[in-house]
Every structure is written in structure tokens, then in C-alpha cells.
Write a protein that binds this ligand. Structure first.
Ligand code: SAM
Length: 326
């Protein structure tokens, strides 16, 4: 089992398949657009991903999420999903939803446990403003396609104060007749994403907005939950809030991340990383590196404190969300 120095068992691996994306979401894509783009040979191949996963699985990992960048733009995404479906893990994916129709059979064959689709507005024009691409209808259709095929579908919404915060209850209304699980995410700071405190629409604010219109009931949180979950009686779906900024949930953290160039990061906000891929390529055993990295994990938020957030941070090697894998 992989344990950090606080005794937390880490059994959930998030793998970034690419640091490229077909959308340009304002809160995600760094203003310096070259940041985080690597040469392909530096990135993990399908076989290398499979090998690294086999090592993590031996160490007790039982849940894997594929992410990016946009994981489905990778040419060998189908091959990777299929290879990873052979491991005794629950397999999940986070995607912007644009290419799901091309992958639905692969998802079914791989028995994906859940699919998270990002969609930040239910208004076509606003969606274009936020993502800089005109894919709203395609994404909506693909969410329907997932539901028709009985997938567990979560819709990720990054809520930004004064930008899309007026749509919280529109998303809630969507859960009335659809088996959808809306996950409102507090806006997080990454290099080049123009974050500031004022733009964060907090868990409490979201809860207040929803409670004004609906009777809200709590769903019991589980140990590793990053989301505070709720339901509204008579709604088919549920909603949740990922309160990273206002109420961090690090105590039960079980997550490990690997960037597309094979660097292990023990937190989204980590300032350090361990190069697993280079070690693997020269034939070294990467298990001691994995354990050592995890042992150095900070208790909360990668060891960052409030003053360190935002654009002021220039010295660490924190990557953009795109470069880490969200
Ligand atoms: N391309 C895929 C997608 O759109 O879901 C996967 C990668 S994306 C980086 C993963 C998730 O991170 C998305 O739900 C996105 O909304 C979220 N995200 C990106 N930047 C964020 C930020 N600054 N704060 C909060 N969530 C963010």
C-alpha cells in the first residue's frame, strides 16, 4: 500500500494523457499559450502508461481517472482506454465531451465507471465566451448519449463570481428530470489563469443560492470525497460542490497524479514532482521513487498558504491545470 507520512493510503491515480486541448477555457488555459506544451517523444506512450499503471496497481491503486488537457484528442486514446480496462481498477475519465460520440463503444467495452463532462454554462453564447470554441450543442448531445447508454455522468461546472454564478439554479433544474450529477467547482488559481479571490464563488454561496429556491438535503460524505454532495427530493440527479478554496478537504486525500510527460505529483498544487518516465526508460525500478515522492507529501494544498496563491507566484514549478491534468 502507498502511504504518506500522515498515514493516508493513496489508491487513486489520475493520469494526464496530454497537455493539449481543443478548447481554450479562460480559467484553465494559461495566458502564455506555449506553457505546458511538450515534444511528443517526452510524453508517455500507451505501453509506458500501461507499465506505470501496472506498478501502481501492484502498490494498491484501485481507481484510475484519465484526464488532460483533453484526453480524447490523443490519437491512441482508444488503445490506452482498452489497455487500462484490463486492470482490476475502476476506470473513469474527465473530458470536455466534444468527442464522446466517437468513443461511446470504447467506453462501453472498457466498462467505464463514470464519465465527468465539463460544461460551464447552459447558454450557447456564454459557453463560447468561456471556452472560445463553438461546441455547446455537441457537448449537450454527447451528455444525452452517455445517459442513453446508462453511464454515471457528472457535469463539472467551474463557478466564477459574476461570470456564470447566475446559472447555478439552471444547472440544478437540469437534474430534475435527468440522472445527472452536477459538480460545482470553486475557481482555483494556476499560473496564467488570472485567478483572484473575488472570482471565487464559494461552497456557502452556492448552497445559499440553491437553498433559496429548493429544499436541499445532504448526502453523507465518504472518507475520500472531494465534493460535498446534496440532493433535492424528487430530482433524479444530485449536485455537489468541490470546495477546494473555501473548505479544503485534504485530510482524506488518496490521490496521486501523473503528468503526460511522466512526472509524479502528489497534489494538484504541488511545487515538486518526480520524474518516473525517465527512470522507467533507463530500466530503473520506479517503486522507490513513487514511495519517496508520496512520503514527502504536504498535509494540505501542496504546502501552499493563502499568500502564495495567484499570479504572484512565479518561483515554483507549479504548472498550469492543462500541464498537470485536472
Ligand atoms: N479537458 C478535460 C475537461 O475539460 O474536463 C479534462 C481536463 S480539465 C483540466 C479537468 C477539469 O478541471 C475540468 O472540469 C475543468 O473545468 C477543471 N478546471 C480547469 N481549470 C480549473 C480551475 N482553474 N479551477 C477549477 N477547476 C478547473
Amino acid at each position: 500500500m502507498l502511504k504518506d507520512s500522515f498515514g493516508r493510503i493513496h489508491d487513486y491515480l489520475r493520469i494526464s494523457l496530454t497537455d493539449k486541448c481543443n478548447l481554450r477555457c479562460v480559467y484553465c488555459h494559461p495566458t502564455n499559450s506555449l506553457q505546458g506544451h511538450h515534444d511528443y517523444a517526452k510524453n508517455m506512450s500507451a505501453k509506458e502508461i500501461e507499465k506505470i499503471v501496472s506498478i501502481f496497481v501492484k502498490e494498491g491503486v484501485n481507481k484510475i481517472r484519465l484526464t488532460g488537457g483533453e484526453p480524447l484528442i490523443r490519437k491512441d486514446a482508444k488503445e490506452i482506454i482498452t489497455r487500462l480496462s484490463n486492470f482490476p481498477v475502476s476506470l473513469h475519465i474527465t473530458t470536455n465531451g466534444v468527442f464522446i460520440h466517437e468513443f461511446i463503444d470504447t467506453f462501453k467495452q472498457a466498462k467505464l465507471k463514470s464519465v465527468n463532462v465539463s460544461l460551464d454554462s447552459l447558454k450557447k453564447e456564454r459557453n463560447f465566451t468561456l471556452s472560445k470554441r463553438d461546441e455547446f450543442e455537441r457537448v449537450k448531445c454527447n451528455i444525452d448519449l452517455l445517459l442513453e447508454n446508462n453511464f454515471h455522468v457528472k457535469v463539472n461546472v467551474v463557478v466564477m463570481n459574476g461570470i456564470n454564478s447566475d446559472e447555478v439554479n439552471d444547472f440544478i433544474e437540469w437534474t430534475k428530470d435527468s440522472h445527472l450529477h452536477i459538480r460545482f467547482i470553486e475557481f482555483m488559481p494556476f499560473p496564467g489563469n488570472k485567478w483572484d479571490h473575488e472570482k471565487v464563488f464559494t461552497h456557502q454561496q452556492i448552497f445559499n443560492v440553491v437553498s433559496e429556491k429548493y429544499k436541499v438535503e445532504k448526502i453523507l460524505d465518504e472518507k475520500h470525497d472531494t465534493a460535498k454532495k446534496y440532493f433535492i427530493p424528487n430530482h433524479k440527479g444530485t449536485f455537489a460542490v468541490i470546495s477546494t478554496m473555501s473548505e479544503p478537504f485534504c485530510s482524506g486525500c488518496n490521490r496521486i497524479r501523473i503528468t503526460t510527460d511522466g512526472k509524479m505529483r502528489n497534489c494538484l498544487f504541488s511545487k515538486t514532482e518526480t520524474d518516473l518516465l525517465s527512470a522507467l526508460r533507463v530500466g530503473n525500478d520506479i517503486t522507490p521513487l513513487i514511495r519517496e515522492n508520496l512520503y514527502g507529501k504536504h498535509y494540505m494544498l501542496g504546502g501552499n498558504n493563502d499568500e502564495q496563491w495567484g499570479e504572484k507566484e512565479t518561483t515554483s514549478n507549479r504548472r498550469s491545470m492543462l500541464g498537470i491534468g485536472g
